[in-house]
Design a protein around this ligand. Structure first.
Ligand code: GAR
Length: 230
């Protein structure tokens, strides 16, 4: 049976689009069973509808507290029996009810080299700090905001004339490679969260996860655990 993904979004859905393209190219053997949005006007909902994927909208403001919001999300999601939950620009903090309902099955992408620049406005903060390296990270989600065990990071150089817009575009282009790559590991049963940390092909990854350099252009299944010694 194919690996079932449920993708949670709040916005444009370019990561969702990249995941769907990777599936269409057979670089990711999985199906998107459901797209859940916290906003009715999220562009990602149109992408899902065009691809014939069921959608649901669960708005935070319709629930008195986070626990009720979390429960409503779980209820919608569980009907679709996900193997992996994919946070792709879902702009709400999820509470323990939600996170602990999906142990080892909940992934997030964040536009910075975690553990640096958790939270919002990462590109502006990187520019203000004068950093020369930036990037994006995929991690397992725990109760700690942007703090779960790292799976992989993609490095992006910061250029002298970068603006927030040019930098965010460059980071997003790497998100669209990194997330399908990580999901292909997950869908083929190669990636696990264990008590010791994150394992790929039975080998423990370093705390910063796998590193995708700016020059690397891997097909999603072509990176092996043996590449880690670099
Ligand atoms: C992505 O850049 C993702 O890293 C970010 O939201 C964007 C969603 O874009 N997520 C976060 O900031 C979560 N902390 P998309 O809707 O086009 O995929």
């Amino acid at each position: 049976m194919s690996h079932r993904l449920v993708v949670l979004i709040s916005g444009r859905g370019t990561n969702l689009q990249a995941i769907l393209e990777a599936i269409a190219r057979d670089q990711l053997t999985a199906e998107v069973a459901l797209v859940v949005s916290s906003r009715a006007d999220a562009g990602g909902l149109d992408i899902a509808t065009r691809a014939g994927i069921p959608t649901a909208v669960v708005r935070r403001k319709e629930y008195p507290g986070r626990a009720e919001f979390d429960q409503a999300l779980c209820k919608v999601i569980d009907d679709h029996h996900p193997d992996t939950l994919v946070l792709a620009g879902f702009m709400h903090v999820l509470g323990p009810e939600f996170v602990n309902h999906y142990p080892g099955r909940l992934l997030n992408i964040h536009p910075s080299l975690l553990p640096h620049y958790r939270g919002l406005d990462t590109h502006a903060r990187v520019l203000a700090a004068g950093d020369s390296d930036h990037g994006c990270s995929v991690h397992f989600v725990t109760e700690e905001l942007d703090g779960g065990p790292l799976i992989a990071r993609a490095l992006v150089p910061v250029l002298a004339n970068d603006t927030e817009e040019t930098l965010s575009k460059r980071v997003q282009s790497r998100e669209h490679v990194l997330y399908p790559l990580v999901l292909s590991w997950r869908a083929s049963g190669r990636l696990r969260l264990t008590e010791k940390g994150v394992e790929l092909d039975g080998r423990l990854l370093p705390p910063e996860g796998f590193q995708l350099d700016w020059e690397d252009h891997p097909g999603p299944v072509s990176v092996a655990a043996s590449d880690f010694g670099r």
